[in-house]
Design a protein around this ligand. Structure first.
Ligand code: C5P
Ligand code: C5P
Ligand code: ZN
Length: 476
């Protein structure tokens, strides 16, 4: 094993030993995890592995780390705190928690604040491993869980779901690398996962082929995305049977020849529309299949599973997602499928609102700021900025900032960059850490994706500094 991976793994093992000591001393744990899909899978992994130790715990999903949460943790009846997929960016706040409490941080965000002996922190950045690409929050918790008990290797597929949820497969081959690939190997060896190069189309396990194709939004396929009839016509022109008796066939049931035919037809279609066909290449990559999940269900394909959990968080029902991670199926999955369909509708309507009102977009050389403060739900900034950032038809190779107002009257913003800008030296997580603090807010994240909350009265100055910091980073 690579030396840095080994160091990371030793740190996870030592944290697991400390957790076992706490359990032996009858500790009462409070677990706080981030409310997005990676945080939800992290929560599932921690909760499942602590239940297996018969530990006493309480679990909560949180949108962010701030003074209020720190105060709640400090005053709570629980003596041991575990933070999953959150915390490393907020060491400067966490240091004020009562010294009598034991704190564990299992996270992959960039670190902000002094690392000290009192807090047990497992984080890839401590070993020079990039938490934005090489391991997710769920992955970090998985390494600890595996050291708690070998049995927890059966939780490895959840860590794969967490990694794809955080888009750690966003590379040419669309595959998980580095520490993530060790988790993939565990899952394959345990007979729980299949990883193979194939067509990555949303709903490949669950939807009729034309519907799956029309649901493909990333990459956006002009004339096909969102246009079921056109997708149906395209398939008919290829003479590919789309039904098997009364039942619709799915992408997984297609032969290799049929898949190749569809792929070539999409490329041809794009060329005929005079748009670049290169984004279509991202439709081929490594597909991760959870082989113990039932056929034709949304928890069988890791990316689809991640989308389901993401909707739970964004629609304010993250605990439903945790229930699914802990094994609930049937009516819970149905309930979540309805949430997902609502979530999709609201995403689509927000995207139209934004693209129909170009006057709300402030444009600079390396930056586009979307002023959606007056209409966007605060939970949606991340999804909208990720979508716009990967869209071929929106501002290309710029930082995208999406703004919303929170219920408390603060400004919430999500920033997304591109690989090209990162290579030029951009680090959005560090920029937002620094500026949010300067303007009495909280911010942080990864190089390529970060967020912040700030008081509304500081918005103008904050954005002006942000614009300058981004230009400075890219001109050095
Ligand atoms: O809090 P957490 O680390 O789990 O969230 C990471 C966020 O960064 C996710 O919302 C993910 O979609 C986003 N991301 C992105 N583009 C990347 C990598 C991550 O938008 N290339
Ligand atoms: O909220 P959003 O999806 O934009 O978050 C992008 C990344 O920035 C996530 O990894 C999130 O955990 C992180 N973030 C943070 N502090 C904030 C807001 C977001 O570390 N105040
Ligand atoms: Zn994460």
């Amino acid at each position: 094993m690579h030396e840095t991976y080994q160091k990371f793994s030793i740190q996870a093992k030592s944290a697991a030993e400390e957790i076992l000591d706490c359990i032996a001393n009858n500790s009462h744990f409070t677990i706080n995890c981030h409310y997005d899909a990676d945080g939800i899978t992290a929560a599932g992994i921690i909760a499942k592995s602590l239940s297996r130790q018969n530990a006493n715990f309480h679990l909560k999903l949180v949108k962010q780390m701030d003074q209020e949460i720190v105060d709640t943790l400090s005053d709570s009846i629980y003596d041991t705190i575990i933070l999953g997929d959150i915390g490393s960016g907020y060491l400067y706040l966490l240091k004020n928690i009562k010294k009598s409490k034991k704190i564990f941080i299992l996270d992959h965000h960039q670190i902000n604040g002094d690392v000290n002996e009192e807090i047990t922190q497992v984080n890839p950045h401590l070993h020079g491993i990039d938490g934005g690409k090489e391991i997710s929050g769920a992955g970090v918790t998985y390494f600890v869980a595996k050291s708690l008990d070998e049995k927890n290797i059966d939780l490895s597929p959840l860590a794969v779901v967490g990694a794809v949820a955080d888009m750690q497969d966003k590379n040419e081959k669309r595959e998980l690398n580095s520490l993530n690939s060790l988790i993939v190997n565990d899952a394959i060896e345990a007979g729980l996962l299949k990883a193979e190069r194939d067509l990555i189309i949303y709903g490949r396990e669950t939807r009729p082929i034309h519907k799956a194709l029309s649901h493909t939004m990333n990459p956006f396929l002009p004339g096909l995305s969102g246009q079921e009839d056109n997708c149906f016509a395209l398939l008919s022109s290829l003479s590919i049977p789309i039904k098997d008796g009364d039942r619709w066939r799915t992408i997984v049931e297609l032969s290799n020849d049929e898949k190749k035919k569809i792929f070539s037809a999409i490329v041809e279609h794009m060329t005929s529309k005079e748009v670049s066909a290169s984004p279509v290449m991202t439709l081929i990559g490594t597909v991760y299949t959870l082989i113990n999940e039932d056929m034709w269900t949304s928890t069988r394909d890791a990316r689809e599973y991640a989308t389901l959990l993401n909707a739970c968080g964004r629609m304010d029902r993250p605990s439903l997602g945790v229930a699914i991670c802990m094994g609930e199926r049937g009516s819970t999955v149905k309930e979540v499928a309805n949430l997902l369909s609502e979530h999709r509708k609201s995403l689509a309507s927000y995207i139209s609102l934004i693209t129909e009102k170009p006057e709300n977009i402030e444009r600079y050389e390396h930056l586009a700021i979307i002023h959606s403060e007056e209409f966007l739900n605060e939970n949606m900034t991340g999804a909208i900025s990720s979508l716009l950032s990967s869209s071929e038809t929106f501002e290309k190779n710029k930082v995208i900032i999406v703004l919303a107002k929170t219920k408390n009257g603060e400004i919430k913003l999500s920033a997304r960059g591109t690989d090209e800008l990162i290579e030029k030296g951009l680090n959005l997580g560090i920029i937002l850490q620094t500026l949010a603090k300067r303007y009495n807010g909280n911010g942080g994240g990864h190089k390529i994706a970060a967020g912040a909350q700030i008081p509304e009265s500081n918005q103008e100055n904050f954005l002006s500094d942000l614009k300058n910091e981004i230009s400075r980073a890219l001109s050095e």
